[in-house]
Design a protein around this ligand. Structure first.
Ligand SMILES: [Zn+2]
Length: 491
């Protein structure tokens, strides 16, 4: 009898816990948003399509060696801007900075307000050797086929660049006059990470020298991606990059006597280095669910199905489980830790020569909050062989983390939602570098977001073969820019 009562109590307790959790899951939904849909914008998709297609035909390929850059191509792109966007050029001032970067300034009526800036880079990456034949359409043909506009720069990022110009031209046609100054800042060598003459940095320094402090910066980064997993989620994820990881390369080397390979020691410099590599790879950086990842999980979690929300509503409790899962998948591990990749190795120059020096290059992508100096210290800590030499080759520190409660972030969130209530805006960490980080000394609110909806599989064509953008995304992309400028520059 007593047994039965105990079992009954246990059953009742489990039942009430399940019920409590179900109630929690039912309440675990996005904050109510009653905002009405936005009024329609006038958009000239035809003009934009033609101009983007023609811009793609111009080979503005950047190169670390500036002598190898075809600067006439950049001049041609500037001419295209001038011819196709006459009102922009009549209303805004244009200034060339460095080799081919541009500052457009749309003077606001109230000079007391901090200006906003929309960024874009004019350069594209080249076509990798031996891959031209794999393109279904000429990478510099600007062709339209199968619902897409094809070519280098279609996604990264002439779509965004021309989209900004198109939206400003249309706003001027509409008679819009900004209260707050609007800058359009177009660098010319974003793709050259190691460039000592970064166009974006030159622009940022010039603005800083003029005492400009920006209210907000919008650059490339996230996009709108449909996230459809049956029974889990059916939404569009608009990722807003609020920070970008840092980057550094270290050379780790061991020197030895060398000599003829017929008389070798048990462990040559290369052999010793093998142990060093293991030390590095076996001691990964600590993973951490940062507030940024927390926020991302929370916003996505609240938009999942009721069944999944039964789990997601306990994110705080389940943090260690999420961390374990994210750590184990390379694609998500990069969100929670500084990553380590041993990429290049060098030994002796010939098969029968003992190495006098053996080295590996290790590439790190650094989490915001950590520094290059921390990475160097980590290498010293984990490598047991104290005869190694550790040398920093180069790198960039991680960016600051921009707030998610600023005027600009709220504007992006509000516009995205009102354009489509199925859009879920979530902050995220940008893995690659963008021009945006150069502006953090003159702006706290730096966001990386490109408002074009795309099929997730197209992302992988960026910097690769068959880069293309869906033409169906053009209308809303331009509409977003118009609304963003109106929202932020009206007061
Ligand atoms: Zn880019």
């Amino acid at each position: 009898m007593e047994k039965k009562i105990k079992a009954g109590i246990a059953l009742a307790a489990t039942g009430s816990a399940v019920l409590m959790n179900a109630i929690r899951a039912a309440k675990y939904v996005p904050a109510k948003n009653d905002a009405a849909p936005l009024p329609e914008e006038r958009i000239n998709v035809e003009r934009y399509t033609k101009n983007l297609s023609d811009a793609i035909k111009i080979k503005t390929i950047s190169n670390l060696d500036e002598d190898k850059v075809d600067w006439a191509a950049f001049d041609e792109l500037h001419r295209l801007f001038e011819e196709r966007y006459p009102l922009v050029h009549k209303t805004l001032s244009v200034e060339k900075v460095g080799k081919a970067s541009l500052i457009y300034k749309w003077e606001g009526k109230n000079p007391a307000l901090d200006p906003i800036a929309l960024l874009g880079h004019q350069d594209v990456v080249p076509i990798s050797k031996g891959t031209l034949g794999d393109w279904k359409h000429d990478p510099f043909g600007g062709e339209i086929a199968d619902g897409c506009l094809w070519g280098r720069g279609a996604l990264d990022m002439k779509n965004h660049l021309i989209g900004v110009l198109e939206s400003v031209e249309t706003l001027i046609e509409d008679g819009f006059e900004p209260e707050r100054t609007v800058y359009l800042l177009f660098g010319h060598n974003e793709e050259i990470v190691a460039s000592p003459n970064s166009g974006a940095l030159s622009i940022a320094r010039l603005l800083q020298s003029r005492g400009v402090h920006l209210d907000s910066v919008l650059d490339e980064g996230g996009a709108i991606l449909p996230v459809k997993v049956p029974g889990v989620i059916d939404k569009n994820l608009a990722g807003i990059g609020i920070a970008e990881k840092g980057y550094c390369d270290f050379e780790v080397s061991i020197t030895a006597k060398g000599g003829h390979s017929s008389n070798p020691p048990t462990h040559t410099a290369v052999g010793q280095l093998a142990e060093v590599i293991q030390d590095i790879e076996n001691h990964q950086f600590k993973a951490e669910i940062t507030p940024l990842v927390d926020d991302l999980l929370e916003r996505v979690g609240r938009n999942t199905s009721f069944l999944v929300r039964n789990v997601m509503c306990n994110t705080k409790l389940l943090k260690p489980v999420f961390k374990q899962i994210m750590k184990s998948i390379p694609a998500s591990a990069s969100f929670v830790r500084t990553t380590t990749a041993v990429t290049m190795a060098q030994g002796s120059p010939q098969a029968n020569v003992l190495p006098q020096k053996a080295s590996v290059t290790v590439n790190f992508r650094i989490m915001p909050g950590m520094t290059i100096a921390d990475v160097e210290q980590h290498l010293h800590d984990v490598i047991r062989n104290k005869n190694v030499e550790i040398r920093l080759i180069g790198g960039n520190e991680p960016s600051h983390i921009s707030p998610t409660d600023s005027r600009a972030f709220h504007a992006i969130e509000d516009i995205c939602y009102r354009m489509n209530p199925d859009n879920v805006v979530a902050p995220y960490l940008v893995m690659g570098g963008t021009d945006a980080r150069n502006y953090q000394d003159i702006c706290e609110n730096v966001y990386r977001y490109s408002p074009f909806q795309m099929d997730p599989k197209l992302i992988f064509t960026t910097h690769s073969t068959n880069e293309r953008i869906e033409t169906a995304s053009f209308h809303d992309g331009i509409a977003f820019f118009k609304r963003y400028i109106k929202e932020l520059a009206s007061c």
